[in-house]
Design a protein around this ligand. Structure first.
Ligand code: CA
Length: 440
């Protein structure tokens, strides 16, 4: 599955795409939905360096004549759902065609370069959208380190519940409040309690947190009643993004039993706007998490040799914080944690297969969140609840400020990057949001 699109020596005529630091070299080519400043209609875009390939203009200019008509129509759409519905194979065709279009050493590249002004947009004259109409959003809990840390705060005697190592647990989230990176998020109000028995009062949350996660978009779906074998699960995964599952911990603590999170998490979820395809991530696949001796083997429907060998993704994930005081002083954001998506107990394929295993139909554009990505060391914890250990050991910033939970004006930015010797590094672009005060 490694092909010419992963060739580290390929050079693009888009100069910024050849920069070693860019998240979007020729080897990445992530899909997104953008809007020009001058029109309402959203368009499909492909990030390349600091530019965006305007796919509608490319279709109209005849540059996608090598693609199937159905694929061309999908590239002229205003969401990614049609391309996701066609499936991985067609997205791979687009990737090959676009790779040739953006190279210096192909006839297609020469032709595209000649009309660069018509088909490339500058990232500062466009706005990015949520890339798909997300019908359903499900959030998992797949880091055993996160589950153990959080469980030990709330149930010291019994941190990990008996089901954890047998199934990827999750809850059905809310798609209406998913927003694209750059959208401000308002601190919610809700019921909070001073003691575990209540009574509650309605206040703005005082325990606001982020959760560092990977999001995965469904490609082809399944019919209701059908299941998806683990060996085929990745054909149903279109690509990945970064996801911040904003969480109001005080609301969560009072409401979460017995049915799980509700208002603590349904007010906003931020996604990075570029969808990095599984094909782009091919060089960065790693084995699934090695279960420690004594852990149960997965049940047969959650076990597959290929998933064990290469079900993981070697993505380095970081959380950056920039407070209002840092902005006022002209200081840059500060890195709070750095971990790896390879540390997840369950693979994305296992999550998808489990999701559909009872006959639930998944649809193109559905989004799955991985759950907070935390590793075993303190510096790899993917939310403030864990980093500051429920407020007991606040994080100290370079400005001298401390954080047990987020303050209004804090801007949280997630970053993801893949590196491997012999390949071009690729990234996800930022997933940012500033926390705003509650409405009066
Ligand atoms: Ca979550």
């Amino acid at each position: 599955m490694i092909d010419e699109t992963h060739d580290p020596s390929a050079i693009s005529w888009v100069e910024s795409a050849n920069d070693a630091e860019t998240d979007f070299p020729l080897a990445n080519l992530p899909f997104g939905i953008f809007r020009h400043d001058f029109e309402e209609r959203p368009r499909v875009g492909i990030a390349i360096g600091d530019r965006v390939l305007d796919c509608l203009s490319a279709v109209q200019g005849g540059l996608f004549s090598g693609l199937d008509p159905a694929v061309r129509d999908a590239m002229a759409s205003w969401t990614l759902n049609p391309l996701m519905a066609l499936g991985r194979h067609d997205a791979r065709d687009v990737r090959r065609v676009v790779h040739r279009l953006l190279r210096t050493d192909t006839p297609e590249g020469n032709r595209a370069h000649a009309v660069a002004a018509d088909i490339l947009a500058s990232t500062d004259s466009i706005g990015m959208r949520v890339p798909a109409e997300i019908g359903d959003y499900t959030d998992f809990y797949a880091s055993v380190f996160h589950a153990t840390n959080v469980g030990s705060m709330f149930r010291p005697d019994n941190p990990l519940l008996p089901n954890y190592k047998w199934m990827p647990v999750g809850y059905h989230g809310r798609s209406s409040s998913i927003v694209a990176s750059g959208t401000a998020v308002r601190r919610p109000r809700g019921q909070t309690v001073a003691s575990p028995e209540g009574p509650p009062v309605v206040t703005p949350s005082s325990r606001m947190d982020y959760e560092l996660e990977i999001g995965a978009y469904v490609a082809r779906g399944n019919r209701q009643g059908d299941v998806i074998a683990l060996s085929h699960a990745e054909e149903h995964l279109f690509g990945l993004c970064l996801l911040n599952d904003w969480s109001a911990r005080d609301l969560q603590q009072w409401e979460y039993q017995p049915l799980g999170p509700f208002l603590a998490k349904n007010f906003a979820t931020t996604v990075s706007p570029w969808v990095v395809t599984l094909d782009a991530l091919e060089p960065f696949r790693v084995p699934a998490f090695a279960r420690p001796a004594g852990d149960p083997a997965p049940l047969p429907y959650l076990d597959d040799a290929a998933d064990r060998t290469r079900g993981g993704f070697g993505i380095t994930l970081e959380v950056w914080l920039r407070t209002a005081a840092m902005r006022a002083a002209g200081l840059p954001a500060e890195c709070l944690s750095r971990g790896s998506f390879a540390s997840m107990y369950w693979t994305l394929a296992q999550m998808l297969t489990h999701h559909a295993s009872g006959g639930c139909n998944l649809r193109p554009g559905d989004l799955m969140g991985s759950g907070t990505v935390s590793g075993p060391e303190r510096g790899t914890r993917g939310c403030l609840l864990e980093l500051a250990w429920r407020g007991q050991s606040p994080v100290t910033l370079s400005t001298g400020e401390t954080r047990a939970f987020l303050h209004d004006g804090d801007e949280v930015t997630l970053r993801g990057r893949c590196e491997r010797d012999g390949y071009r590094g690729i990234g996800f672009g930022p997933c940012s949001g500033e926390l705003m005060p509650p409405l009066a």
